[in-house]
Ligand binder design. Structure first.
Ligand SMILES: [Mg+2]
Ligand SMILES: [Zn+2]
Length: 190
């Protein structure tokens, strides 16, 4: 049996956009993030973070820092009874300074590789799932993987919403993750 999921961009979606986040003290969840994630948990959606982290390929952060950052997010969520089920990270960039990450991969959003991998690993059904993010590449990634896709106006989203690319259309453009959760609960069957 496959489950529906909500795939969540990290920066600008779950937490404040801080450019290349490289200090744990810069992690700041939005005021509604814990409640929004818990509502998705309670409704039976898998919650999976899908994040481009070219900062790894650029040598700005390493995987150990990323693990610490995600553990910090998890601790804050857990205090409010909320949970991320899995994190998928693309460390690559075609011009990465570190040669092992300097590739044109299938996982850097807008490519759908991370979502497809999560669906295979965790038994998730893209057709009943939604990708949520603050950039058009998040929307394009979701659609390429066969999910619905919501653009948020948090993070880069207010700027992005004003400059829609010709070839990408969001299923909804909403103010923040809490509005997206309300939309998902209304729109998606579980
Ligand atoms: Mg983002
Ligand atoms: Zn990648």
């Amino acid at each position: 049996m496959t489950r529906p999921a909500v795939f969540l961009d990290r920066d600008g979606t779950l937490i404040e956009e801080r450019g290349y986040l490289s200090r744990l003290e810069d992690i700041e969840l939005f005021p509604w993030t814990v409640d929004a994630v818990r509502a998705l948990n309670d409704a039976g959606f898998a919650t999976v973070v899908i994040t481009n982290q070219a900062a790894i390929g650029r040598g700005i952060i390493d995987h150990a820092f990323l693990d610490q950052a995600h553990a910090a997010i998890d601790r804050t969520l857990a205090e409010g009874g909320a949970r991320i089920d899995a994190y998928y990270v693309c460390p690559h960039h075609p011009e990465a300074q570190l040669s092992e990450y300097r590739v044109v991969c299938d996982c850097r959003k807008p490519q759908p590789g991370m979502i497809l991998r999560a669906c295979a690993d965790l038994g998730l059904d893209p057709a009943r799932s939604v990708m949520v993010g603050d950039r058009w590449l998040d929307v394009a990634c979701g659609h390429a993987a066969g999910t619905r896709a919501v653009l948020l106006r948090t993070g880069h989203g207010s700027r992005e919403a004003k400059a829609p690319p010709g070839d990408v259309n969001a299923d909804a453009i909403l103010n923040n993750l809490m509005e997206a959760v309300a939309w998902i609960l209304r729109t998606c069957s579980r």
